[in-house]
Structures are given as structure tokens and as C-alpha cells.
Design a protein around this ligand. Sequence first.
Ligand SMILES: [Zn+2]
Length: 87
Amino acid sequence: MPRPSDTKPKRPARRIPAGATLRRQFVTCGRCPRLHGPYWYAFWWSKGATRSAYVGGDAAMERLLRDRGRSAFTVSDEAPVAPDVRS
Ligand SMILES: [Zn+2]
């Protein structure tokens, strides 16, 4: 018996609005202590809260910029941010 809820991404892809900031972050997978990435994430402000969406690696990032136009987004060139790692 398939259980689709097990395979669905935790956060479904959604439209990233113009004006979003794109930033690289390292991520943890929860299965090993290493950091993975960095991967690109989009951040924006909506209805009083910060929203974010996973973009992907450099190829996905380039595709997004090509599809939507580089001027639609603010690309952060800050160093990738590491998540808070619980010890
Ligand atoms: Zn891992």
C-alpha cells in the first residue's frame, strides 16, 4: 500500500516572489553530523513573517535567474550560513 505522504517533500515547491533574496546555506540531513551544500534558498517577507523556499544547487539557481530575470531577485554574496547545530 503506497503512502504518498511519506514521499512528499516536506515543503512543496512554491512560487518565489520577485524581490526575494537568494542566499546560500549549509544544511544538515539529520542522519550524519556533516554539513551539506551549500544550497540556495529564497527568503522573503510576507504577511508579517519571513518565508523561505528551497531553490537547490547552482544549476537550479541559474535556471531560476534565467527564467525570471536576474533583476527580480537580490542575490546575497555573503558567505553561506551554517545552521545551528545542536550538540
Ligand atoms: Zn548528512
